[in-house]
Design a protein around this ligand. Structure first.
Ligand SMILES: [Zn+2]
Ligand SMILES: [Zn+2]
Length: 138
């Protein structure tokens, strides 16, 4: 369980490694994540920033998340693959997108958030804990 989680973008210019245990793993069905994902939700796992290393050039884009705090979406400037985000209100963590993992089975989702924004056709595992909005208290 302690071996690092590797991943990267589609073109290979950006690679990353994340060490440590995931804080939580979730699908987010908010409208922002729908835009970034290219589908109906984004899937991500919270990893400790201290164990996270990136090689290659990464572009960043800031937006206001559901709680109002700034979220910085990071992506490959060459191929556009979304890679991870950082949240202004959550220091010490990176939110790694499951889409970039070398082994997608390393992602083990336990919850779905912003389910109130889900399109009718985006069916998730009914065993997941669901939150109509975000899961964190302010
Ligand atoms: Zn790329
Ligand atoms: Zn979202």
């Amino acid at each position: 369980m302690s071996d690092a989680i590797g991943g990267g973008c589609h073109c290979g210019a950006v690679r990353y490694e994340a060490a440590g245990e995931p804080g939580f793993s979730a699908h987010c069905q908010c409208a922002d994540c729908r835009k970034f994902s290219g589908s109906a939700h984004k899937s991500f796992m919270m990893m400790p920033a201290g164990g996270f290393t990136v090689t290659g050039q990464v572009s960043a884009y800031d937006y206001a998340g559901g709680s109002g705090a700034v979220i910085t979406h990071h992506f490959c400037p060459a191929c556009g693959s979304g890679l991870f985000s950082k949240h202004a209100g959550v220091t010490g963590a990176v939110f790694l997108y499951a889409s970039g993992l070398d082994d997608p089975e390393r992602f083990r989702p336990t919850m779905a958030v912003y389910t109130k924004s889900a399109p009718s056709w985006d069916h998730l595992d009914p065993a997941l804990t669901t939150h109509e909005e975000g899961s964190r208290k302010r």
